[in-house]
Design a protein around this ligand. Structure first.
Ligand code: B12
Ligand code: SF4
Ligand code: SF4
Length: 254
């Protein structure tokens, strides 16, 4: 059954650019599955915030959680390397990937419903409290539990295809087999205290003295105003590009 779920996600993402005429294209998604009653989901109430939902609070019949990472094609991340503003391609990829995550999640839920199961999801972003800048459903924390990546010093989920991409997740009442979890770090700083390049790339010095999400958001909103023809694009992403963890796991084979 896991193979079928994977096939649905991979085929949907591969066909999407042609069907929808998107500028953005994506590499093969990375997919992970965890049991909804995994004890780590309860811990998110302390590591994220008290109101963070467990899978069963999102879907009472929930048995499994499916998470996916959609890596951007490399030219999108490469285009965002220089300058203080995010590239236009990075901003467009943000909008198009948020839409893709929503549509892919609904496509998956429709498939599950067709098989007699339930499914529930949360939008890719803009589901956070403006006062705390935290969400009650953190896709990357959920994805980390499914084993598709680990957090980097840049806060990003770093997968075998790096961190330049976006994350989504779906809770379902279908019982699926959990994927293997590798507990080794995917960030050089967390592995052996080296690198730290992401911190130097931040134009806002948002990592100084612990991550300041408000400083980061200030720049994101300024960039949104800069690209006012594109709709809501609160982006930057300088801490995700031109780094050892942009396109892959730099700790692999070390
Ligand atoms: C709120 C939010 C923001 C806020 C706050 C960011 C933040 N760090 O939380 C603002 C507006 C500032 C923001 C900025 C960005 N965001 Co944002 N944001 C979200 C949102 C909606 C919720 C995140 C949340 O609740 N965080 C909760 C807090 C507690 O997490 P945290 O601060 O990162 O802290 C944890 C980790 O860093 C972790 N951690 C750190 N180091 C280590 C080390 C170890 C060993 C361990 C175990 C854990 C660990 O522990 C901390 C506590 O739990 C999600 C979408 C969603 N619903 O999931 C997208 C999301 C996190 N954003 C994303 C992105 C890409 C960005 C930007 C790059 C903007 C852009 N698109 O250009 C920047 C990056 C900022 C940064 N370096 O963190 C992506 C991340 C993709 C990825 N590969 O991980 C997400 C998942 C959206 C998506 N659907 O893909 N974002
Ligand atoms: S740039 Fe280096 S320190 Fe920063 S997240 Fe990537 S591997 Fe970790
Ligand atoms: S998104 Fe930009 S402002 Fe925010 S932490 Fe990363 S580099 Fe800094």
């Amino acid at each position: 059954m896991n193979k079928e779920i994977e096939k649905i996600i991979v085929e949907y993402v591969a066909a999407y650019p042609k069907i929808k005429g998107t500028q953005t294209t994506w590499k093969t998604p990375i997919i992970g599955i965890a049991r909804a009653d995994h004890s780590k989901f309860d811990q998110l109430k302390s590591s994220v915030q008290e109101t963070h939902l467990t899978p069963k609070e999102l879907l009472s019949s929930g048995e499994s959680v499916i998470a996916f990472f959609l890596p951007f094609q490399e030219e999108i991340a490469l285009s965002n390397k220089d300058g203080l503003r995010p590239s236009r391609a990075w901003a467009v990829a943000y909008i198009e990937t948020n839409t893709l995550i929503g549509e892919l999640s609904q496509h998956l839920i429709a498939y599950l419903k067709g098989r007699g199961y339930e499914g529930e999801t949360v939008s890719a972003t803009h589901n956070f409290d403006e006062a705390t800048l935290m969400s009650d459903w953190s896709h990357r924390h959920v994805a980390e539990i499914t084993g598709i990546g680990k957090f980097g010093l840049n806060n990003m989920l770093i997968t075998d295809s790096g961190c330049a991409g976006r994350v989504g997740s779906v809770v379902t009442s279908m019982c699926l087999e959990s994927t293997a979890v590798d507990d080794r770090p995917t960030c050089l700083y967390h592995m052996n205290g080296t690198c730290g390049l992401c911190v130097d790339r931040c134009p806002q010095s948002a990592f100084e003295g612990g991550f300041n999400r408000f400083k980061c958001y200030e720049l994101l909103l300024d960039n949104d105003a800069y690209y006012d023809d594109l709709g809501l694009v609160d982006v930057c992403g300088k801490c995700c590009v031109a780094l050892p963890c942009t396109f892959g796991n730099p700790c692999k084979n070390k």
